[in-house]
Design a protein around this ligand. Sequence first.
Ligand code: A2P
Length: 306
Amino acid sequence: MTNYYKPVNFILKNNRAIPQIGFGTWQASDEDTYNSVLLAIESGYRHIDTAYIYKNEEAVGRAIKDSLIPREEIFLTTKLWNTFHTNPRAGLEKSLRNLGVDYIDLYLMHHPVALNPDYGVDRPRNADGTYEVLKEWTFVKTYHLCQEFLANGKIKALGVCNFTLKNLKILLNDPATKYIPDVVQNEIHPLLPQHELLKFCSSLDIVVEAFSPLGSTNSPLFHLKEIVEMAEKYKVTSAQILLSWGVWRRTVILPKSVTGSRIKMNFEGLVVLEDEDGNKLDLLTEKYGTKRFVDPQYTANVYKED
Ligand code: A2P
């Protein structure tokens, strides 16, 4: 008989609960976002993940209000966009306004990259097509400015996204870093398992969140032999196996879907993997190598360790 996983909360360093299964909203139109967030909340999700740059914060906020679930029962994450690094307060205020809320449960730096805000566009480019990165600025400075927001209650927890272990250590080793991030959110799935990062974060009680846990749009992971065979063994789909592996290794998972049946399945249909099977998926990169599906290609040092 299939042993289904029962969704649990983790406790952040700030003692607040974070549901292990969150609902991802990247690449969803306003209408899809509104409908899918509403359905997700009806289906039991209490953790919603959005970002300024997804351009759907307003729809997320409206769906949360219309769900009639009290605000304090929803764990809401949004992210500081890259053109706000030198003035994160402005980024936070915009997100609070878009979402129509008084506070954010978790505020994340979206990328360790500051983009030039002077042109008023989200993705400023140089003449050669590369991103116009503010080379004199550092993500460490941005983080230090964000630390201040914790004091006035507008954010309840702080973290970073798209951070390599190397960048995380740079941040933590800076003497002006007073607050260890509550969360690191990265692309994580069996072909990008980030074992070292998980081990390091666990030693500091930093919760790790997996975005694109299914391998993003048209995921080739669904068709990997080992995943398909495991799905047959547990009598579930490949998607359920991928997400079940994410909860088995104690990451928060943030599957995105705008499809009703999948929204429900991604919450109710996860199984408790046997350790032997979890360990098998842990080692898939030995056969297939690593694969990153989401790379905005800002600069070489965002994802490369050297
Ligand atoms: P859709 O939104 O059309 O339902 P990720 O969370 O890794 O970024 O993956 C999101 C992609 O996976 C979307 O294309 C989404 O499609 C699809 N998806 C989400 N849940 C499932 C599922 N249970 N089975 C198959 N595909 C899914």
